[in-house]
Design a protein around this ligand. Structure first.
Ligand code: ZN
Length: 498
């Protein structure tokens, strides 16, 4: 009888190498002096090539083939059966893509990202267009590796949401679009809150951020929190989570606190994975949308709720008496929940955010199919943006050039942000059934039962189940936009009433 130990050993080595790559990546964005960039790009390319080579070896296929019988005799939910199943799926996918295409994608992406950054800075779409065309061409080639697909977008989406189909996303967005537009139209036209623009001294912000990370469930010794330009979370192991955030002394609620809560949500997911899955390819969040459901749950569902601010606002106010001394809890809470159309996706509120995503989801499909020429992107963007959000885009810089994703060849990624919002509300509704006093706990600053529930029902699973199976396991049904709409409608009613 073949033994799973050989497979485990082979995968552990690959996992260790991937984590070494992740550390190089973390260091690049947090610690590395600027001039290290060229050398770092080579190191990262080498590590990812070695990982890819090792993972796609014929020996691994032989191991997986030998284990078919063993797999059949195991409980499908056991760690071993899950490891064999997911390793096989990853392996089949990785083998479909020629190594030359894989390296062309990553090489061209790094060139194209530099071109994009300069084009955005100069507000010059024309200088980015050839790079965008090249990335589209490479991604079409990549999608063709998985032919036949029902929809050419399916293979791209599958990289972020394994098993999800484009028409499922369309169905969710078809419900969201009219509902979000209606909510936006009904939002009160409030003036800009008249807070003093700080100063919010950085040291105090750091202290508040750390307090949140610990309160949400991290124990010292298992995480770091460092400043960076674009906040992210990286896991180097279940007990080594690297959180990052961003501080601005003239802007409190736009930056550090919500970024910290967002990245802590990602981090708690990785930190809550069952230790029995450590050093395997199951030791990671299930998909981009599930991951985003957790960053959004902690940042928005918890972190923008009134009970949360009843607990935390006195601390924030106490830390910045000059800026917030005469701002009431209610004013602050309203300010961090204000619904209004804006140009930049990452600054969008919970209601309009989905409209930003629907725009990108539609346009990237049309770009990939060739129905929309890259040259016509700015016009198509601006027209549809105004239709969805009701404001006119003044420049490509805050229009179609604002996001890095397309320059990096990341087509199929955007919808997962909004699916994450949708799933966050589904999970929260389910959690409230088991923890009906969750909001009272939040108001006391006690997040242990909430964190424990999420760990038990979701985090511990890692990648054992597919996204659809994971959602069904946690929520008892398929992905459903209604809980998110109930959540937003409830919030808007409460805010209008307050
Ligand atoms: Zn995120």
């Amino acid at each position: 009888m073949p033994d799973i130990t050989d497979l485990r050993r082979a995968l552990e080595e690959i996992h260790d190498l991937s984590m070494a790559g992740a550390l190089l990546g973390w260091d690049q964005q947090v610690m590395m002096p600027r001039s290290g960039a060229a050398g770092r790009a080579e190191q990262l390319a080498t590590v990812s090539r070695v990982v890819h080579e090792r993972f796609t070896r014929d020996e691994l296929r032989a191991l997986l083939d030998d284990l078919r019988q063993v797999e059949g005799s195991l409980d499908p939910l056991s760690d071993d059966a899950s490891l064999i199943r997911v390793a096989r799926r990853d392996y089949e996918k990785a083998r479909r893509v020629p190594p030359e295409l894989q390296s062309a994608l990553s090489r061209e992406a790094s060139i194209s990202m530099v071109t994009w950054a300069a084009a955005r800075e100069a507000d010059d779409f024309a200088s980015f267009r050839p790079a965008l065309e090249r990335m589209l061409e490479l991604r079409r080639e990549y999608a063709a590796c998985f032919a036949p697909a029902d929809d050419p977008y399916d293979p791209l989406l599958d990289d972020f949401e394994p098993g999800m189909r484009t028409d499922e996303v369309r169905a969710v967005f078809a419900v969201l679009e009219p509902a979000l537009r209606e909510l936006l139209a009904a939002a009160p036209d409030e003036p800009e809150p008249r807070f003093r623009p700080g100063p919010y001294p950085r040291a105090a912000q750091e202290e508040l951020s750390l307090e949140l990370v610990r309160a949400f469930g991290f124990e010292d010794g298992s995480f770091r929190l460092d400043p960076t330009v674009h906040p992210f979370c990286s896991s180097l192991g279940i007990q080594d989570i690297r959180l990052t955030t961003r501080y601005a002394e003239d802007d409190l609620y736009g930056t550090s606190l919500f970024s910290t809560m967002h990245e802590t949500g990602h981090g708690l997911y990785e930190h809550g994975i069952s230790p029995s899955l450590a050093r395997t390819l199951l030791a990671s969040g299930c998909s981009s949308a599930l991951h985003e459901s957790q960053s959004r749950l902690w940042e928005n569902v918890v972190g923008r709720s009134l009970p949360f601010w009843r607990w935390f606002y006195p601390r924030v106010q106490g830390a910045f008496p000059g800026a917030l001394g005469d701002v009431s809890l209610e004013e602050f809470h309203r300010a961090v929940n204000r619904v209004r159309p804006s140009f930049i996706r990452v600054d969008a509120d919970e209601t309009t955010y989905g409209l930003h995503i629907i725009l990108r989801f539609e346009l990237e499909q049309r770009l990939l199919s060739g129905e929309l020429a890259a040259a016509d992107l700015p016009e198509a963007w601006n027209t549809r943006f105004e239709e969805l959000l009701g404001i006119q885009v003044p420049s490509d810089r805050v229009g179609c050039l604002q996001d890095v994703h397309w320059s990096a060849g990341l087509f199929g990624y955007f919808p997962t942000y909004q699916l994450g919002n949708v799933v966050s509300a589904q999970i929260w509704e389910r959690l409230l059934v088991d923890l009906p006093d969750a909001y009272e706990q939040i108001e006391r600053g006690d997040f242990s039962a909430i964190g424990g529930w999420l760990r038990e029902h979701l985090y511990a699973l890692g990648r054992k189940l597919t996204p659809a199976e994971t959602i069904a396991h946690v929520c008892g049904g398929p992905i459903d936009p209604e809980p998110y709409l109930r959540y937003l409608r409830g919030k808007s009613t409460a805010l209008v009433g307050s």
